[in-house]
Design a protein. Structure first.
Length: 274
């Protein structure tokens, strides 16, 4: 039995199984898992909120990056997760993208990577407002996921950020275009995607993009292995904590789970702007 994403978005929500499997309406757990998995107070909680620092390239100090003051590295817990059963959760609070896999045992955490989101906080209301859109919610309070509509090679793509650096390589090897399903303001916007950080390496993790989600290029290539067209992507707002299934997946990893630590690590040829 493989659980659907919407069925575990809220702890109190009922499980909606695949059509060929019948699950009692009162069930909130995959078969075989003890009830305590979701009802007890899980040890992991939302991580501490780290502050921000400003970083610049020594060769071009005019361009400054607003970076999240943490030392966070991409971690893959299960490289064999089936992309057809995966979905992504992007936390604008944690500056992370999480890869989850639906399995017969429940929702498992397969990987996570630090990200850079838009320079401005809040939801997106119009094109060009410098924000990263967040998912709307349905009447039950569940997130309505965006979906990946296209995955294309972007290794030669350039962009002018109007900061004096000109038309630079900016996207890494891949661009995963998002379809902003049922977004209240910009559902028809097709310019938002998940991509790399060529030309903007210091920005991850942090706030610097025009609306897209940036990863370090190496991490993007690892994420690509989990991505397929149609994959669901939840983007949570800055004030949203972990969902119940996220806490449970982290708890089940135990000591193997790698939290972010305070202290941004400078990439080569960069410096802090004091």
């Amino acid at each position: 039995m493989i659980l659907t994403l919407a069925s575990l978005l809220l702890a109190s929500a009922s499980v909606s199984a695949q059509p060929e499997t019948s699950v009692p309406a009162t069930a909130i757990l995959p078969a075989g898992l003890p009830d305590v998995a979701y009802t007890q107070a899980a040890p992991p909680q939302d991580p501490p909120r780290f502050g921000f620092r400003r970083v610049c390239d020594k060769a071009f100090p005019r361009k400054q990056f607003n970076v999240y003051d943490c030392n966070d590295k991409g971690v893959v817990y299960n490289a064999n997760a089936n992309p057809k059963n995966c979905f992504f959760v992007i936390s604008k609070r944690e500056y992370r993208i999480y890869v989850y896999e639906r399995t017969n045992q429940g929702i498992e955490l397969a990987a996570h990577f630090p990200v850079c989101v838009a320079r401005n906080t809040g939801d997106k209301h119009r094109s060009g407002d410098g924000t990263t859109p967040v998912c709307a919610k349905n009447s039950a309070g569940e997130y309505i996921p965006f979906t990946i509509s296209q995955i294309v090679s972007a290794s030669t793509w350039r962009h002018d950020f109007k900061d004096g650096r000109g038309n630079i390589l900016a996207y890494g090897d891949w661009f995963m275009r998002l379809k902003l399903n049922r977004h209240p303001y910009v559902a028809g916007n097709t310019s938002i995607g998940i991509h790399g950080s060529s030309g903007n390496v210091p920005s991850v993790p942090g706030r610097d993009s025009e609306g897209c989600i940036r990863l370090r290029n190496d991490d993007l290539n690892k994420l690509r292995k989990f991505a397929v067209v149609g994959l669901e992507v939840i983007i949570k707002p800055e004030d949203a904590g972990k969902l119940p299934y996220e806490l449970d997946a982290q708890r089940r990893l135990g000591a193997a789970y790698v939290p972010a630590q305070k202290g941004y690590v400078l990439p080569p040829n960069t410096m802090f702007v004091e």
